[in-house]
Design a protein around this ligand. Structure first.
Ligand code: GLU
Length: 489
C-alpha cells in the first residue's frame, strides 16, 4: 500500500467493550500493523445521556488487556488530537463555516412538528420520506433575517440536485449502491449548535486523515450520508470496509441472551487475552482457511481485508474455551505462575510473599494445573488441596473409593512406604507407590484411587505422584492417616 495507512477504532462509551467492538478494534489494529500504519483510538462520547467516564475507562482497560496498543488516542495523545469527540466541537463549527462559505449547507427553520406532518404525508403517498427541501428555497437574505431574529434552525447539507445514486466499493462487500431516492438533505448541526453523529464522524475522519474506515456493518446505512459530507467538504473518500455481524449459536444477533458479551466479562470468566484475541480474529477472517491457532504477531503480519468474510460469523463459546485451554497449556511455567497467582489470591489461597518465598514450587505446580483446566477460574478448585489442609472428602468419593474392599490396606501401606522416603520427589513417590498393587494383590486402580481421594479429597486431581511430592511428606502422611478412619479394610 503506497499511502500511509491511518485507521481508527471509534467506540461510543455507552457500554463496555463488547465482543463485536473488540473484533473491529482487532481488525483495525492488525491492518495498521500489517501496513506499518497508524492505529488511532477515538472516543465518540457525544451522547451525553449514555456516555460515561466509567465506560470510557472500561474500554481503555479492555483494549490494554487485549494488547491493542494504539499510536494515537486518549492518554498517548497525538498530533491529530484531541481524541474525544466532546473536545472536538471547534472543528465541527469550523467545518460548518467552510460549508457555508462553499454554499454547501443551508439553515432550515422547519419545526419538528412540521417535519412530522410532511413525513407522514409523504409516507401515506408511498413517496420519499426525506426532507422536502422547503428551506432550501429560501433566499439568502430571508434566511439571514430569520437567523438574526433568533429563530431556531438546524443546518442541512445541500446535496447537489443531480447527485444521483451513491456507489462505493467496499473492501469487504464489494460494490454497494444506494439509490438516488434515499439521498436526503441531512441535518449536520442541530438547533442547539451540536454536530449530528454523521457530521462529527466524517469531519473527524477527514481531519484525522483516516485512510480506511473499518467498522461494523450496522453503520453501512450511514456511509452514503458520510460520503455526501466528504464530497461537500471537498475531501477524498477513505476506503470503507464493513464487517458482517457476529451471531449467537442460534443464528440471532449476539446479545446478553447468549451469555457474557463484554471483553472484561470474558476476562473475569478466566479467559486469557491471547486466546480471546485469536478467537475474535477468527470471527470473519482466516489466515489460510485452516490454521486456528496463531499469535498476535502472525495476525499483524498477515491480516488482509480481502480475507475478511462477507458472511456473518457465529460466536461459539465452546470453541473459545477449547482455544483458551490450548493457550493455557502452551504457556511457559513461569508465565503460567503469574497468570495463576491472581486467581489463587482472590480465593485467599496465597499471596505475593508466599509466591516469592517458594517460586520454584509454584513453577512445578503450574504445568500440572494447565493439563486440567480450560479456564483460569478453574484453577483454585483444582489446586485447593495443596493450600488448604481442611480438605473435605466428597461423599460419593468416600463411598465409591474409601469404602471399597482394600482401601484401608492401601492407605496404610502407602503411609508406610512413603514414610521411609528421604527424598520426597515425584520420581521416588512414584517408585515406592508402584510396588503396592503387587505386594497387596490389589488392582492398581483400587490403590491409587484410595490414595488420591485421601490426599486430594477428590477422584479427579492433577497427576498423583507430582501432587503428593508438592504436598510434602508430613502433610501427605497426615491425610493418609486421617482418611483411614473412613476406609474399609
Ligand atoms: N461510534 C460508533 C460506534 O460505537 C462507531 C462509528 C464508526 O466506526 O464510524 O458504533
Amino acid at each position: 500500500m503506497s499511502e500511509n495507512v491511518r485507521v481508527r477504532f471509534a467506540p461510543s462509551p455507552t457500554g463496555h467493550l463488547h465482543i463485536g467492538g473488540a473484533r473491529t478494534a482487532i481488525y483495525n489494529w492488525a491492518f495498521a500493523r500489517r501496513h506499518g500504519g497508524t492505529f488511532i483510538l477515538r472516543i465518540e462520547d457525544t451522547d451525553p445521556e449514555r456516555s460515561t467516564e466509567e465506560n470510557t475507562q472500561a474500554i481503555l482497560r479492555a483494549m490494554e488487556w487485549l494488547g491493542m496498543d494504539y499510536d494515537e488516542g486518549p492518554i498517548v495523545g497525538g498530533q491529530y488530537g484531541p481524541y474525544f469527540q466532546t473536545q472536538r466541537t471547534a472543528s465541527y463549527s469550523e467545518a460548518l463555516e467552510e460549508l457555508k462559505r462553499a454554499g454547501a449547507t443551508y439553515p432550515c427553520f422547519c419545526t419538528p412538528a412540521e417535519l412530522e406532518v410532511k413525513r407522514n404525508a409523504a409516507r401515506s403517498k408511498g413517496g420519499f420520506a426525506g426532507y422536502d427541501r422547503t428551506c432550501r428555497a429560501l433566499s439568502p437574505s430571508e434566511a439571514k433575517a430569520r437567523i438574526a431574529a433568533g429563530e431556531p434552525h438546524v443546518w442541512r447539507l445541500k446535496v447537489p440536485e443531480d447527485r444521483g445514486e451513491i456507489v462505493f466499493s467496499d473492501a469487504v462487500r464489494g460494490d454497494v449502491t444506494f439509490p438516488a431516492d434515499t439521498v436526503d438533505d441531512l441535518v449536520l448541526v442541530r438547533t442547539d449548535g451540536s454536530a449530528t453523529y454523521n457530521f462529527a464522524v466524517t469531519v473527524d475522519d477527514a481531519t484525522m486523515a483516516i485512510t480506511h474506515v473499518i467498522r461494523g456493518d450496522d453503520h453501512l446505512s450511514n456511509t452514503p450520508k458520510q460520503i455526501l459530507i466528504y464530497e461537500a467538504l471537498g475531501k477524498s473518500l477513505p476506503t470503507f470496509a464493513h464487517l458482517s455481524m457476529i451471531l449467537g449459536s442460534d443464528g440471532k444477533r449476539l446479545s446478553k441472551r447468549h451469555g457474557a458479551t463484554s471483553v472484561e466479562a470474558y476476562r473475569d470468566l478466566g479467559y486469557i487475552p491471547e486466546a480471546v484475541l485469536n478467537y475474535l480474529a477468527l470471527l470473519g477472517w482466516s489466515l489460510d482457511g485452516e490454521t486456528t491457532v496463531f499469535s498476535r504477531e502472525t495476525l499483524a503480519e498477515n491480516f488482509a481485508l480481502d480475507r475478511v468474510s462477507r458472511n456473518a460469523a457465529i460466536f461459539d463459546e465452546e470453541k473459545l474455551e477449547w482455544l483458551n485451554g490450548v493457550y493455557i497449556r502452551e504457556l511457559p511455567a513461569s508465565g503460567l505462575v503469574d497468570r495463576i497467582v491472581p486467581w489463587l489470591e482472590a480465593e485467599g489461597l496465597t499471596d505475593a510473599a508466599d509466591v516469592a518465598a517458594r517460586r520454584a514450587w509454584f513453577e512445578e505446580l503450574a504445568p500440572l494445573v494447565s493439563e486440567r483446566i480450560k479456564r483460569m477460574d478453574e484453577v483454585a478448585g483444582v489446586v485447593r488441596f495443596l493450600f488448604d489442609d481442611a480438605i473435605s472428602i466428597a461423599e460419593d468419593a468416600r463411598e465409591k473409593v474409601l469404602m471399597k474392599e482394600g482401601a484401608a490396606r492401601s492407605l496404610e501401606a502407602a503411609a508406610d512406604v512413603l514414610s521411609r522416603l528421604d527424598v520426597f520427589d515425584a520420581a521416588s513417590v512414584e517408585e515406592s507407590l508402584r510396588t503396592l498393587p503387587g505386594s497387596l494383590e490389589l488392582k492398581p486402580k483400587v490403590v491409587f484411587q484410595a490414595v488420591r481421594v485421601a490426599v486430594t479429597g477428590s477422584t479427579v486431581s492433577p497427576p498423583l505422584f507430582e501432587s503428593i511430592a508438592l504436598l510434602g511428606k508430613e502433610r501427605t502422611l497426615t491425610r493418609l492417616h486421617d482418611a483411614l478412619t473412613s476406609a474399609t479394610h
